[in-house]
Design a protein around this ligand. Structure first.
Ligand SMILES: Cc1ncc(COP(=O)(O)O)c(C=O)c1O
Length: 354
């Protein structure tokens, strides 16, 4: 894509189209079409998107927001910066929020739920939305890792009042710097986010209120718009890779794998990451490194509540804690060849003596 991307950059810089121009509007239109929502608003990054959504939805001081600890600190940071507090619930087998634990976490102060669709798999959103309706709670989806993933045919980001995506370079759709987006079917939310991302400035140059600078750069928007059309084939390739990993590692008792791509018809996972749980994880990490294979231990092997500086250490989440002791992400990228995936899987097998 190099010449296509450099051609776009050249054109934009020649025209001087750097901020809030047509390319951003085009990307927003195409993203909303892709996710199947009425509106998409480009923002500076997903963290800012979540923060603005909480504010736009009226979540603030004194409110509680139910979310997970198995997420990037960004989710809890957005809640904190909106003035609310995180209430963390444990995860289930698929490493996403255990929906059956939500109701016990609800208090009179609970205002919202932020489900996090981790690793490219959508949470059990039908059940979650039913709970939210029952308790009159706002749902903002952290869909940073789940562009294109579906649950019962509905795309990540399209279930709740709003959903937020990250286009951090390592994401399935990556910019060359920070970028993110909010999607929503609510005109009221969309109007508020458009204002909140740009100093509260209206089309008539009025200022609607105190606000923020969370714009998406036009250059990123143009490149993301160009890349968006490749996303379906990249997802297909990631699913193929996940299938190869599953076929080659499924018989190992020492590892727990994510659900394979075609396990159930309700989920269409996009495999932003291939996150496994592995016995002797640190040894496996070093063994693979010594064979030229870079793996990642998600967020340094700690959930959000395990960073004392965040003040969330009072939560006890056994499943999350156990998972973080074993978690490892195997290489996952649409550019990997079958040989590379097989090489990784075979090295994992050898490490355990198969
Ligand atoms: C689950 C999750 N939430 C939020 C974010 C924050 O996204 P950004 O870096 O675009 O602010 C990330 C990014 O890594 C993420 O993985």
């Amino acid at each position: 894509m190099k010449s296509e991307i450099l051609g776009t950059i050249d054109q934009l810089l020649t025209q001087g189209d750097v901020m809030l121009r047509q390319q951003l509007r085009d990307f927003e239109t195409h993203l909303a079409e892709f996710v199947d929502t009425k509106y998409a608003i480009g923002v500076s990054n997903c963290t800012d998107g979540l923060h603005l959504c909480l504010r736009a939805a009226g979540v603030g001081a004194g409110d509680e927001v139910v979310t997970v600890s198995h997420t990037f600190v960004a989710t809890a940071a957005a809640i904190h910066h909106a003035g609310a507090s995180s209430v963390l619930v444990d995860i289930g087998e698929d490493h996403n929020m255990d929906i059956s634990l939500i109701e016990a976490a609800i208090t009179p102060r609970t205002k919202a739920i932020i489900p996090v669709h981790l690793n490219g798999r959508v949470c059990e959103m039908d059940k979650l939305m039913a709970i939210a309706h029952r308790h009159n709670l706002i749902v903002i989806e952290d869909a940073a890792q789940a562009l294109g993933a579906t649950h019962n045919g509905v795309k990540a980001g399209a279930f709740g009042l709003a959903g937020c995506f990250s286009f951090y370079p390592a994401k399935l759709l990556g910019a060359y710097g920070d970028a993110g987006a909010v999607v929503t079917n609510s005109k009221e939310m969309a109007d508020k986010i458009f204002l909140l991302r740009n100093h509260g400035r209206t089309e008539t140059n009025d200022i609607a209120g105190w606000s923020f600078n969370c714009r998406m750069d036009n250059l990123h928007a143009a490149i993301l718009d160009l890349k968006l059309k490749y996303v379906p084939e990249w997802i297909q390739r990631r699913r193929e890779i996940a299938k190869i990993y599953h076929e080659l590692l499924n018989d190992l008792s020492e590892v727990i794998l994510p659900p394979p791509p075609d396990e159930d018809s309700a989920h269409f996972d996009v495999f932003q990451n291939y996150e496994i749980e592995a016995e002797k994880r640190d040894g496996l990490f070093e063994y693979l490194k010594g064979r030229g294979i870079e793996t990642l231990i998600s967020w340094g092997g700690k959930g959000v509540h395990q960073f004392p500086a965040l003040g969330l250490s009072h939560f006890t989440l056994p499943r999350t804690e156990q998972m973080f002791r074993k978690v490892l992400m195997l290489p996952m990228n649409a550019d990997l060849t079958d040989d590379q995936v097989e090489y990784t899987a075979n090295c994992v097998r050898k490490f355990y003596g198969y």
